[in-house]
Design a protein around this ligand. Structure first.
Ligand SMILES: C[S@@+](CC[C@H](N)C(=O)[O-])C[C@H]1O[C@@H](n2cnc3c(N)ncnc32)[C@H](O)[C@@H]1O
Length: 283
């Protein structure tokens, strides 16, 4: 990969982006970010010096860069076996709690959030749940709040995943209970019952500040840490640990895991990590 364009490298570009915007991508892993910056330059016919100039001058271009750097791929009940495990083994253990606090960190366009709300509803626990969902991408959050997804390409997959998760479930549940499907308009729309409980908030996981003061029973952070270097991953997992109740759980993606130190602080089962005790680690 050609790293040098104009007179500056990608790493230097990320430093400029950090200086002149609220965003710091310096600790993202190199491969994916290099590819994305190359694409931004190609699509906008800019060399590196021009890219830097535009980034310094134009805040709306900065937002476009952020949207272009972040990867928003997601789906309803992504990795259905994990959702089945959550349905049968994890969520029922929270049944006695008076309130259940959930944080989806890096929620993208919301499919993960709606998936979990459906599980909660099936177990009659949705009412007492408080759900926060955050992402760095305002565009993804707007789509999440709207709760509308393209029918084409998605419907078959969403339906297959849905049926896989609920194939052994005790009550009869139908995709149409939660979604309005309009093939003619090419739309799958989330029904109001779910949408009205959501709370989508813009938040950057790289920053230390939290957008809320709650402690959580469950934190989802699936397919997000994979884009960060090890040191940033550790700081974020530390924050999740601090913000979980004892025995609270963190759910990661299938290509993610914990480094040695954190392995002693969470008990792993499937891709679900339960907090085992309290500790604080200074960096
Ligand atoms: C691949 S998607 C994962 C979506 C969902 N969790 C899933 O597994 O289906 C990664 C999401 O992380 C978000 N993201 C990337 N960097 C972030 C940051 N610093 N803070 C918050 N969200 C971030 C992206 O905008 C994107 O929506």
């Amino acid at each position: 990969m050609q790293e040098r364009e104009g007179s500056k490298t990608y790493k230097e570009y990320l430093k400029v982006l950090k200086e002149c915007s609220p965003y710091n991508f310096c600790e993202y892993s190199n491969n994916s970010i290099d590819r994305r910056i190359t694409k931004i330059m190609r699509d906008n016919r800019l060399n590196m010096d021009e890219l830097i100039y535009k980034t310094r001058k134009d805040q709306s271009f900065v937002e476009y860069v952020v949207e272009s750097i972040t990867v928003n791929t997601t789906e309803l009940f992504r990795d259905p076996l994990i959702w089945e495990y959550l349905l049968k083994e994890v969520v029922p253990k929270l049944k006695g709690h008076p309130q259940i606090n959930i944080w989806h960190a890096g929620c993208s366009t919301g499919q993960e959030v709606y998936s979990f709300m459906i599980l909660l509803d099936q177990l009659n626990m949705l009412e007492k749940s408080k759900i926060y969902a955050t992402d760095i991408s305002q565009k993804a959050l707007n789509c999440a709040a709207k709760g509308e997804y393209v029918y084409n390409f998605n419907y078959e997959k969403y339906l297959t995943n849905f049926e896989e998760v609920f194939k052994n479930h005790t009550t009869n549940v139908n995709f149409n209970d939660y979604f309005k499907v309009d093939k003619a308009k090419d739309l799958i729309s989330v029904k109001a019952k779910l949408k009205e409980k959501t709370n989508f908030i813009k938040h950057d996981l790289v920053k230390e500040e939290m957008p809320f003061y709650n402690k959580f029973d469950i934190i989802f952070c699936r397919n997000v840490l994979i884009y960060f270097n090890e040191s940033l991953q550790s700081r974020i997992v530390q924050r999740f640990h601090d913000n979980l109740f004892n025995k609270g759980v963190m759910v990661l993606g299938t290509h993610e895991g914990l480094n040695g130190f954190f392995r002693t602080k969470f008990a792993r089962n499937n891709y679900v990590y339960s907090k085992t005790d309290t500790f604080h680690f200074k960096y």
